[in-house]
Write a protein that binds this ligand. Sequence first.
Ligand code: HEM
Length: 317
Amino acid sequence: MDSNAHPKSQVQVSKVGIFLVRALLVAQSAIVLTGGAVRLTKSGLGCPTWPECAPGSFLPSPHQAEDPLNIWIEFINRLLTFLLFAIALAVVIWVMKARRRDLHTLAALQVLGILGQGVVGGITVLTKLHPTAVGSHFILSIALIGGAVALVERTKGYPGRGSNAATAAIARNLVRALILLGLLVITMGIVVTGTGPHAGDLAAPRFGFEIRTVAWIHADLVIAFVGLLLGYLLLLHFAPVIPEPDLLARRKLETWRLLAITLAQGAIGYIQYFTGVPEALVMAHLLGAVLLWSALVRHGIRVRAFSRVAPSPSIAA
Ligand code: HEM
């Protein structure tokens, strides 16, 4: 077991369990990228109806007017949801068999969330890819990825109740603020996409904002995020917010990684903005968003940003 896991070792770390929850996290992240591929290849209405692919047929029909490439890209993406659902069900079965009551809610929420994604996906098709529906689809994925990260961390025994609880309140509050700001950056990114040219179909509605303004607000939020992250790094380096040296070293490394991903993601963002949003860079930007979000939530769980613990008096902020 990881030395940073549950200190009392009450949690038996099961290899099957870890494999399943990791597979779920990978699948939840991958479906964001395949959804991006649907949008970027203008295949969003490859299956023009829902839940059927073509009127009267759940499978692609040879009589469809759409380009076969678009039909199959959209259809395969729909099939991937079933694979994701099967993995989530496998996680639920494992959680029940392993009697991991602490994971019941998180596992059940994954199944419900995927069913919800099916409905939001249907609304997306029926509204002819309205950007609010497309964006809600993405936001729900972001929530599901956060939940899958929590499942992985809890399966491994994080966060323990012992020494890793001893992160000063100021550090935990800063991480909470980073997570909130990260969510705002992502939401604003979705608004930029809903305003930009990659709608998923040539006839799809757009938000109609001025692209410069929304991209500018998105980038300004990123600058605020970088500032807060630097402040947090300074705190980790110069204030006694985590007294255990081993834990402090791990949290510092994670935070430097967060900074590296953010800067790379910001660079991709600016380059894609000034080069007319080429598809390959949009995909890279999507991947960067998913990686940053997972790393941020993972860090939040490890510093116990989501739980109410009284900080140790010696390091109370
Ligand atoms: C922490 C850094 C950043 C994060 C987490 C982030 C996140 C996102 C997300 C989630 C989207 C929506 C993607 C989609 O729906 O396909 C997006 C879109 C976008 N972002 Fe960022 N972004 C970051 C930095 C930047 C920066 C600095 C710029 C510079 C202007 C930028 C420019 C854009 C543009 C132009 C789009 C629209 C792409 C399209 O039309 O498909 N991003 N961003």
